[in-house]
Design a protein around this ligand. Structure first.
Ligand SMILES: Cc1cc2nc3c(=O)[nH]c(=O)nc-3n(C[C@H](O)[C@H](O)[C@H](O)COP(=O)(O)O)c2cc1C
Length: 448
């Protein structure tokens, strides 16, 4: 009997939780961004629940904007560098995958290849790299630059970056290290290869000063949403992290991504599509709705206005009353904002006549990601429907408040998914690739 297809689950940790006001909730670990024990306990809890992986986002700058609002909003202001954090967590866990974000815009492939190869060795084959291109305008100023590269060039650089990193991971063949005391030979020079890469963005000789990673390459994750981003993911990614809020849209995205892979000669199962999911869990639906309403009530109006401002083209909303509709004169259709988000936010004001508070609560709580509110059974129903109808291969669970939101999900939704045969009760393997059912890539110089 072939085993039924099961969903993949990642635990995505923002320090105090994913809700924009999480830190104000009494259950949140208030100093989470610099509290290693907090991450250790959460990662161990996720491993006990058999999650495939933990996932950490990253930025190479603090959040920029109105400091009066930002002082009420700790996200991306003070937290650990993710690969350093995951190296510590690797020592405290055995099976769970460890995925960290690192930008290709402000790093060099040699340092990144070295860092992730090290993490893969330290963790016994559990490392993953979320390959991003920076869209944060504040980042270049921390790297002796003043502006981001244009979108297409950012992706061209990312493509070359990954190509170089893979080349460096192949520097040593898997059996290059002889470690033979009798012959006094440590390695076989025939199995060591310089890369000699000369490209548009990088010139890298190699070889890498780390042995080939246990997984061959760490698992590659991507989160771009544009046409170029999707092509890049179809070419290189093994997990796609994406924001999908509607079932139809998620199905279309899934079909589009899997369809794009053929032109890169890749089978559809080589890529796992895992949108974010914010579960708000209650013993009854009513209790879950109350929990959500309480969280929404914690959003400070300064933060709410700051959330909406960039989506409307960076206009100053700091003096706008929040319990009245947004004045029409502030909605300028000609602004240079993301078109789709601008339209969504503008429609809330124009068509639905929402107040500013209602707008930021709707848009801001989970910042574009899907929130599912209900009992464990209702949440499992939703997950099952998306999984069974061709919308996802799994989910990145984004608990609203940490650590309690993860503990609740692990104690209530995970057993429900397991009871339905939709999620594992034991890890299949030791490496992240084995648990995800992904092949280990052979080195480019390997014989046979
Ligand atoms: C779901 C999701 C998560 C992302 N996470 C990060 C992140 O942690 N750090 C980062 O610098 N960029 C992150 N990005 C930004 C992407 O890497 C990329 O810069 C951005 O989406 C613009 O590319 P696009 O036009 O292809 O979407 C994320 C994007 C998405 C859609």
């Amino acid at each position: 009997m072939t085993s039924p297809r099961q969903m993949k689950l990642g635990a995505f940790f923002h320090p105090t939780g994913h809700h924009v006001a999480a830190w104000l909730h009494p259950e949140a670990q208030i100093d989470a961004g610099t509290n290693f024990r907090h991450y250790a306990q959460m990662t161990q809890a996720a491993e006990r629940a058999k999650f495939d992986l933990v996932f950490l986002a990253d930025a190479a700058a603090t959040r920029a904007g109105n400091i009066k609002a930002l002082r009420r909003w700790p996200q991306y202001m003070a937290y650990f560098e993710p690969t350093t954090l995951l190296s510590g967590l690797a020592a405290l866990t055995e099976r769970i995958g460890l995925v960290a974000t690192a930008t290709t815009s402000f790093n060099d492939p040699y340092s990144i290849a070295r860092r992730y190869a090290s993490l893969d060795h330290i963790s016994g084959g559990r490392a993953g790299w979320n390959v991003v291109t920076s869209s944060n305008q504040a980042e270049p100023f921390n790297f002796s630059q003043e502006k981001l590269l244009p979108h297409a060039q950012r992706y061209a650089r990312a493509r070359e970056f990954v190509e170089v990193a893979k080349g460096l991971w192949d520097s040593w063949e898997d059996d290059a290290f002889l470690r033979d005391r009798e012959q006094a030979l440590y390695f076989d020079p025939e199995k060591l290869h310089a890369l000699n890469h000369q490209g548009e963005y990088f010139a890298v000789r190699g070889p890498l000063n780390v042995a080939r990673p246990p997984q061959g390459y760490p698992v590659l994750v991507q989160a771009g949403a544009s046409d170029t981003g999707r092509d890049f993911a179809a070419e290189v990614a093994e997990i796609v992290f994406t924001a999908q809020t509607e079932l139809e849209g998620a199905r279309a995205f899934y079909a589009d991504m899997k369809g794009r892979m053929a032109k890169f000669g890749r089978p559809p199962e080589a890529l796992k599509i895992m949108p974010g999911l914010n579960p708000i869990i209650g013993r009854t639906e009513e209790e879950a709705r109350e929990k959500h309403a309480y969280l929404q009530s914690l959003i400070h109006p300064d933060v709410g206005r700051e959330l909406l401002s960039p989506e409307l083209g960076g206009i100053d909303l700091s003096n706008v009353p929040v319990d009245e509709p947004l004045p029409e004169r502030l909605i300028d259709d000609s602004v240079e904002a993301s078109k789709s988000t601008f339209q969504r936010v503008a429609d809330m004001a124009r068509k639905e006549k929402l107040t500013v508070r209602q707008m930021y609560e709707r848009y801001g709580g989970a910042r574009g990601q899907r929130t599912v509110i209900g009992t464990p059974v209702q949440i499992a129903d939703q997950m099952e429907e998306w999984f069974r109808t061709g919308a996802v291969d799994g989910f990145l669970i984004q608990p609203a408040v940490l650590p309690s939101g993860l503990d609740e999900f692990a104690a209530t939704v995970v057993p429900e998914l397991q009871r339905r045969g939709l999620f594992r009760t034991e890890y299949e393997g030791r490496t992240l690739r084995e648990n995800l059912g992904l092949p280990r890539p052979a080195g480019r110089y390997a014989q046979g």
